[in-house]
Design a protein around this ligand. Structure first.
Ligand SMILES: *[C@@H]1O[C@H](CO)[C@@H](O)[C@H](O)[C@H]1NC(C)=O
Ligand SMILES: *[C@@H]1O[C@H](CO)[C@@H](O)[C@H](O)[C@H]1NC(C)=O
Ligand SMILES: *[C@@H]1O[C@H](CO)[C@@H](O)[C@H](O)[C@H]1NC(C)=O
Length: 200
Protein backbone atom coordinates (compact mmCIF):
# COMPACT_ATOMS: atom_id res chain seq x y z
CA UNK A 1 0.00 0.00 0.00
CA UNK A 2 1.30 3.41 -0.96
CA UNK A 3 0.38 5.33 2.27
CA UNK A 4 2.41 2.91 4.42
CA UNK A 5 5.49 3.34 2.21
CA UNK A 6 4.99 7.06 2.47
CA UNK A 7 4.93 7.01 6.28
CA UNK A 8 8.09 4.92 6.38
CA UNK A 9 9.86 7.27 4.01
CA UNK A 10 8.87 10.42 5.84
CA UNK A 11 11.29 10.18 8.78
CA UNK A 12 12.07 13.39 10.72
CA UNK A 13 15.60 13.34 9.27
CA UNK A 14 14.27 13.59 5.73
CA UNK A 15 14.13 17.17 4.38
CA UNK A 16 10.81 18.96 4.34
CA UNK A 17 10.67 18.99 0.52
CA UNK A 18 10.50 15.22 0.41
CA UNK A 19 7.76 15.18 3.07
CA UNK A 20 5.72 17.58 0.96
CA UNK A 21 6.33 15.48 -2.11
CA UNK A 22 5.27 12.37 -0.21
CA UNK A 23 2.06 14.02 0.97
CA UNK A 24 1.30 15.30 -2.52
CA UNK A 25 1.87 11.87 -4.01
CA UNK A 26 -0.42 10.37 -1.41
CA UNK A 27 -3.09 12.98 -2.07
CA UNK A 28 -2.99 12.33 -5.82
CA UNK A 29 -3.18 8.62 -5.19
CA UNK A 30 -6.26 9.04 -3.00
CA UNK A 31 -7.96 11.51 -5.32
CA UNK A 32 -7.66 9.03 -8.17
CA UNK A 33 -9.05 6.06 -6.30
CA UNK A 34 -11.61 7.63 -4.02
CA UNK A 35 -15.23 8.32 -4.43
CA UNK A 36 -16.64 11.32 -2.64
CA UNK A 37 -20.16 11.87 -1.48
CA UNK A 38 -21.91 15.08 -0.61
CA UNK A 39 -24.96 14.96 1.70
CA UNK A 40 -26.36 18.50 1.89
CA UNK A 41 -29.07 17.71 4.45
CA UNK A 42 -28.26 14.85 6.84
CA UNK A 43 -31.38 15.45 8.92
CA UNK A 44 -34.82 15.72 7.31
CA UNK A 45 -38.03 16.44 9.22
CA UNK A 46 -41.35 15.93 7.51
CA UNK A 47 -44.99 15.02 8.02
CA UNK A 48 -46.88 11.99 6.73
CA UNK A 49 -48.00 11.80 3.06
CA UNK A 50 -45.14 14.02 1.86
CA UNK A 51 -42.76 13.17 -0.98
CA UNK A 52 -39.22 13.35 0.32
CA UNK A 53 -35.96 13.64 -1.57
CA UNK A 54 -33.00 12.09 0.19
CA UNK A 55 -30.53 14.23 -1.66
CA UNK A 56 -26.92 13.24 -2.24
CA UNK A 57 -24.36 13.81 -4.99
CA UNK A 58 -21.21 11.81 -5.65
CA UNK A 59 -18.05 12.39 -7.58
CA UNK A 60 -16.42 9.31 -8.93
CA UNK A 61 -14.38 8.01 -11.81
CA UNK A 62 -16.65 5.98 -14.05
CA UNK A 63 -20.13 4.90 -13.01
CA UNK A 64 -20.56 3.59 -9.47
CA UNK A 65 -23.15 1.28 -7.98
CA UNK A 66 -25.48 3.04 -5.57
CA UNK A 67 -27.31 1.23 -2.80
CA UNK A 68 -29.80 2.51 -0.24
CA UNK A 69 -30.87 0.80 2.98
CA UNK A 70 -33.32 1.80 5.69
CA UNK A 71 -32.51 1.10 9.33
CA UNK A 72 -35.02 1.54 12.14
CA UNK A 73 -35.82 -0.32 15.37
CA UNK A 74 -37.88 -2.71 13.19
CA UNK A 75 -34.78 -3.80 11.32
CA UNK A 76 -32.84 -3.10 8.17
CA UNK A 77 -34.43 -3.19 4.74
CA UNK A 78 -32.76 -2.88 1.37
CA UNK A 79 -34.50 -0.26 -0.73
CA UNK A 80 -32.76 -0.07 -4.07
CA UNK A 81 -29.55 -0.69 -5.89
CA UNK A 82 -28.73 0.90 -9.20
CA UNK A 83 -26.00 1.75 -11.63
CA UNK A 84 -26.88 4.94 -13.49
CA UNK A 85 -27.51 4.23 -17.16
CA UNK A 86 -27.21 0.50 -16.61
CA UNK A 87 -29.78 -1.06 -14.27
CA UNK A 88 -32.12 -0.28 -11.40
CA UNK A 89 -33.11 -2.86 -8.86
CA UNK A 90 -35.84 -1.83 -6.44
CA UNK A 91 -36.85 -4.21 -3.66
CA UNK A 92 -40.43 -5.51 -3.71
CA UNK A 93 -41.49 -3.68 -0.54
CA UNK A 94 -40.52 -0.35 -2.10
CA UNK A 95 -41.82 -0.93 -5.62
CA UNK A 96 -43.78 2.09 -6.84
CA UNK A 97 -42.85 4.05 -3.74
CA UNK A 98 -39.42 5.33 -4.73
CA UNK A 99 -37.68 7.20 -7.53
CA UNK A 100 -33.95 7.00 -8.07
CA UNK A 101 -31.72 9.67 -9.58
CA UNK A 102 -28.48 9.63 -11.47
CA UNK A 103 -26.66 11.63 -8.76
CA UNK A 104 -27.45 8.92 -6.21
CA UNK A 105 -30.46 10.64 -4.64
CA UNK A 106 -33.54 8.68 -3.64
CA UNK A 107 -37.09 9.99 -3.52
CA UNK A 108 -39.64 8.44 -1.18
CA UNK A 109 -43.27 8.97 -2.13
CA UNK A 110 -46.02 9.54 0.44
CA UNK A 111 -43.99 8.80 3.54
CA UNK A 112 -45.48 6.99 6.50
CA UNK A 113 -44.58 7.13 10.21
CA UNK A 114 -42.78 3.80 9.70
CA UNK A 115 -40.43 5.45 7.18
CA UNK A 116 -38.68 7.27 10.02
CA UNK A 117 -35.13 6.15 10.70
CA UNK A 118 -31.69 6.12 9.19
CA UNK A 119 -31.10 5.86 5.46
CA UNK A 120 -27.71 4.52 4.55
CA UNK A 121 -26.36 5.10 1.08
CA UNK A 122 -23.36 3.27 -0.31
CA UNK A 123 -21.50 4.37 -3.42
CA UNK A 124 -19.04 1.83 -4.80
CA UNK A 125 -16.85 2.52 -7.79
CA UNK A 126 -15.58 -0.07 -10.27
CA UNK A 127 -12.39 -0.74 -8.32
CA UNK A 128 -14.37 -1.46 -5.16
CA UNK A 129 -13.79 1.82 -3.29
CA UNK A 130 -16.83 2.45 -1.18
CA UNK A 131 -18.13 5.51 0.56
CA UNK A 132 -21.08 5.78 2.93
CA UNK A 133 -23.54 8.50 3.77
CA UNK A 134 -26.48 8.62 6.17
CA UNK A 135 -29.61 10.69 6.35
CA UNK A 136 -31.87 10.69 9.40
CA UNK A 137 -35.52 11.04 8.47
CA UNK A 138 -38.16 12.00 11.05
CA UNK A 139 -41.75 11.62 9.93
CA UNK A 140 -44.29 13.34 12.17
CA UNK A 141 -48.07 13.28 12.24
CA UNK A 142 -49.72 16.46 11.05
CA UNK A 143 -50.12 18.78 14.02
CA UNK A 144 -53.04 21.17 14.09
CA UNK A 145 -51.13 23.91 15.75
CA UNK A 146 -52.31 26.64 13.42
CA UNK A 147 -54.68 29.19 14.87
CA UNK A 148 -57.25 28.60 12.18
CA UNK A 149 -57.97 25.14 13.51
CA UNK A 150 -58.14 26.40 17.10
CA UNK A 151 -60.60 29.13 16.05
CA UNK A 152 -62.81 26.63 14.22
CA UNK A 153 -62.69 24.30 17.21
CA UNK A 154 -63.78 27.04 19.60
CA UNK A 155 -66.58 28.15 17.28
CA UNK A 156 -67.77 24.55 17.21
CA UNK A 157 -67.70 24.32 21.02
CA UNK A 158 -69.65 27.59 21.32
CA UNK A 159 -72.28 26.36 18.86
CA UNK A 160 -72.65 23.08 20.74
CA UNK A 161 -73.04 24.82 24.10
CA UNK A 162 -75.58 27.28 22.63
CA UNK A 163 -77.65 24.36 21.31
CA UNK A 164 -77.44 22.64 24.70
CA UNK A 165 -78.57 25.78 26.53
CA UNK A 166 -81.55 26.18 24.14
CA UNK A 167 -82.45 22.54 24.63
CA UNK A 168 -82.33 22.87 28.43
CA UNK A 169 -84.45 26.00 28.28
CA UNK A 170 -87.03 24.22 26.12
CA UNK A 171 -87.08 21.24 28.48
CA UNK A 172 -87.59 23.50 31.45
CA UNK A 173 -90.40 25.33 29.67
CA UNK A 174 -92.21 22.14 28.66
CA UNK A 175 -91.96 20.76 32.20
CA UNK A 176 -93.52 23.95 33.50
CA UNK A 177 -96.29 23.70 30.92
CA UNK A 178 -96.95 20.09 31.87
CA UNK A 179 -97.07 20.95 35.54
CA UNK A 180 -99.52 23.82 34.85
CA UNK A 181 -101.70 21.54 32.79
CA UNK A 182 -101.73 18.89 35.53
CA UNK A 183 -102.68 21.50 38.11
CA UNK A 184 -105.48 22.67 35.85
CA UNK A 185 -106.66 19.10 35.41
CA UNK A 186 -106.58 18.56 39.17
CA UNK A 187 -108.61 21.68 39.81
CA UNK A 188 -111.21 20.77 37.17
CA UNK A 189 -111.68 17.28 38.67
CA UNK A 190 -112.07 18.87 42.05
CA UNK A 191 -114.73 21.17 40.61
CA UNK A 192 -116.65 18.31 39.00
CA UNK A 193 -116.49 16.37 42.26
CA UNK A 194 -117.87 19.39 44.06
CA UNK A 195 -120.59 19.73 41.45
CA UNK A 196 -121.47 16.06 41.80
CA UNK A 197 -121.66 16.47 45.56
CA UNK A 198 -123.99 19.40 44.97
CA UNK A 199 -126.26 17.32 42.76
CA UNK A 200 -126.52 14.57 45.33
C1 LIG B 1 -35.51 18.22 13.00
O1 LIG B 1 -36.06 18.13 14.30
C2 LIG B 1 -35.08 18.00 15.33
C3 LIG B 1 -35.82 17.88 16.65
O2 LIG B 1 -36.82 16.93 16.61
C4 LIG B 1 -34.13 19.19 15.33
O3 LIG B 1 -33.13 18.99 16.29
C5 LIG B 1 -33.51 19.32 13.95
O4 LIG B 1 -32.71 20.48 13.90
C6 LIG B 1 -34.57 19.39 12.88
N1 LIG B 1 -33.92 19.40 11.57
C7 LIG B 1 -34.27 20.21 10.57
C8 LIG B 1 -33.50 20.08 9.31
O5 LIG B 1 -35.19 21.00 10.68
C1 LIG C 1 -29.64 15.21 -7.24
O1 LIG C 1 -30.55 15.22 -8.32
C2 LIG C 1 -31.86 15.62 -7.97
C3 LIG C 1 -32.75 15.44 -9.20
O2 LIG C 1 -32.20 15.98 -10.34
C4 LIG C 1 -31.85 17.06 -7.45
O3 LIG C 1 -33.15 17.47 -7.12
C5 LIG C 1 -30.93 17.12 -6.24
O4 LIG C 1 -30.83 18.46 -5.78
C6 LIG C 1 -29.54 16.58 -6.57
N1 LIG C 1 -28.78 16.54 -5.34
C7 LIG C 1 -27.64 17.21 -5.13
C8 LIG C 1 -27.03 17.10 -3.78
O5 LIG C 1 -27.14 17.89 -6.01
C1 LIG D 1 -32.01 -7.51 -7.85
O1 LIG D 1 -32.39 -7.93 -6.54
C2 LIG D 1 -32.71 -9.29 -6.43
C3 LIG D 1 -33.19 -9.55 -5.02
O2 LIG D 1 -32.43 -8.87 -4.08
C4 LIG D 1 -31.50 -10.13 -6.81
O3 LIG D 1 -31.84 -11.46 -6.74
C5 LIG D 1 -31.05 -9.75 -8.20
O4 LIG D 1 -29.88 -10.46 -8.51
C6 LIG D 1 -30.78 -8.26 -8.30
N1 LIG D 1 -30.45 -7.90 -9.68
C7 LIG D 1 -29.41 -7.14 -9.99
C8 LIG D 1 -29.24 -6.83 -11.43
O5 LIG D 1 -28.66 -6.71 -9.14
Amino acid sequence: MRPVTCLQACRPSVPLGIVTLCLMARWTFQAQGEVSLHVPQPNVNTTVEQNILLSVAYTCEGTPIIKWKHTSPRGTTEIAEWKPGSYTNISISYEGRVNVYENGSLQLLKVDLRDSGYYLVTVRDKSGFTIYGTILLNVYEILYEDLHFVAVFFAFLTAVSAILICFMWLCNKSIHLLQERQQLKASTTEETELQMMDVS
